[in-house]
Design a binder for this molecule. Structure first.
Ligand SMILES: Cc1cc2nc3c(=O)[nH]c(=O)nc-3n(C[C@H](O)[C@H](O)[C@H](O)COP(=O)(O)OP(=O)(O)OC[C@H]3O[C@@H](n4cnc5c(N)ncnc54)[C@H](O)[C@@H]3O)c2cc1C
Length: 375
């Protein structure tokens, strides 16, 4: 059993960013990730620009990877009534296949160690962590960052409250070739029981990813049937589904997506990204939040490891406070916006208000996004 300064469980955006940041400060960093890179992930693949200055400070330039600049948002109701607005900060379109791979390569260059295993338990005693994996290996560390995403077997092991509750959300995603789609647009189209996002990625293909309530979905005979009967009721999505050619053999799906509150620190583990809280996807901000949380966690871990008078207690309290200050309100607004969007009557009324007052819509977008991160 070799001891590391830091073990990061989960090598998605939050985990990889923290690994790059902390390795850059000279610590020994080990990432435990269950899947080899590159791989596709269910995600809308629109990244808010708020994290660009921070990524650049870590030596990562997404625009050079061919990511597409996006500055306009279109929203439509089930019947197709729609509004377009400029995105105050804007963002980029990049697939998770490319984004996670880019960060993985950067981390490897810096000397981060990767173990492609599944973490099965995290124990803390005598001021040290023991992380066990399905390869029957135990890794020791002074710090563990939990960046293992929205739902994992580890949540059961750590006895987190949200894991006991069933969640009724599922998501479907695929890439499509569809030449007519503008580079600079992210479109959010409503349908009964859910909504879907369309935007271009670095490959030139369009990502179509939707979130739907399982109750609506289960009445139909699979994805194709649901797409034809419900998704295509929205005329924008009907045109897309008729004209677009799928790139994947079959769409990807994930179920049991929970938007419940979680703690940012659990059993002394600093939770980062979706493991600390998932924002509703319509806000298009989860990736930026995971990356921002990695920055907050890394800065506090650095302070703890270099300063003997800054205790673990200080570290945990400060991280939780900073996390809540940065994200708790965004999560709350995201929940409210989603409930409006999914109610037919309210979404019509909200659209009418947004058409009359585009300023209101921009203010809402600002409140679910952060400001560019100071570095
Ligand atoms: C339908 C949908 C659409 C979305 N659209 C957008 C969008 O357009 N824009 C946006 O900004 N955000 C979006 N999000 C949110 C975004 O995908 C997440 O917020 C982001 O991926 C969080 O990153 P993360 O690093 O926390 O988790 P992840 O990227 O999920 O990474 C977690 C990693 O941990 C690994 N892992 C899990 N358990 C273990 C284990 N026990 N041992 C080892 N490894 C483990 C997984 O393999 C994975 O690689 C969307 C989310 C959903 C559900």
């Amino acid at each position: 059993m070799k001891s590391n300064d830091i073990v990061i469980v989960g090598g998605g955006l939050g985990g990889l960013t923290a690994a790059i940041h902390l390795k850059g400060l000279g610590y020994s960093v080990l990432v435990i990730e269950k899947k080899k890179y590159p791989h596709h992930k269910v995600c809308g693949e629109y990244v808010s620009n708020e994290i660009m200055p921070y990524l650049q400070s870590l030596g990562i330039d997404l625009k050079q990877s061919g990511a597409v600049a996006i500055d306009t948002l279109q929203i439509s109701t089930r019947t197709g009534a729609s509004i377009k607005t400029e995105l105050p900060l804007g963002g980029i379109g990049i697939s998770r296949y490319a984004f996670d791979m880019l960060l993985y390569k950067k981390a490897l260059t810096l000397g981060v160690i990767f173990k492609f295993e599944t973490a099965t338990s995290i124990r803390f005693y005598d001021d040290l962590f023991e992380v066990q994996t399905d390869a029957s290996v135990t890794y020791m560390a002074s710090i563990v960052i939990g960046a293992y995403g929205k739902r994992s077997g580890l949540d059961k092991v750590l006895q987190r409250d949200f894991i006991e509750n069933k969640s009724s959300w599922l998501a479907v995603k695929g890439h499509y070739s569809y030449p007519d789609f503008p580079d600079n647009l992210v479109a959010l189209h409503n349908f009964k029981g859910g909504y879907g996002g369309l935007s271009k990625t670095e490959s030139g293909n369009i990502n179509f990813c939707y979130l739907v309530n399982y109750q609506s979905f289960k009445e139909y005979n699979g994805i194709e049937d649901f797409n034809n009967e419900i998704v295509a009721e929205n005329p924008h999505l009907k045109t897309f589904l008729q004209k677009a050619n799928p790139i994947f053999d079959a769409p990807m799906t994930i179920a049991q997506i929970s938007f419940e509150s979680k703690n940012a620190v659990e059993n002394h583990v600093l939770m980062c990204g979706d493991a600390a809280g998932l924002i509703h996807p319509l806000c298009g901000n989860g990736m930026a939040m995971a990356i921002h949380a990695a920055k907050i966690a890394s800065e506090h871990v650095h302070r703890f490891l270099e300063n003997k008078s800054y205790t673990r207690n200080h570290l945990e309290l400060d991280y939780e406070t900073k996390w809540n200050k940065a994200f708790r309100q965004r999560l709350w607004i995201g929940r409210r916006v989603q409930s409006v969007l999914l109610s037919e009557g309210l979404s019509k009324a909200a659209m009418a208000t947004a058409i009359k007052s585009p300023k209101l819509l921009k203010s809402l977008i600002r409140r679910t996004h952060g400001k560019p991160i100071n570095v």
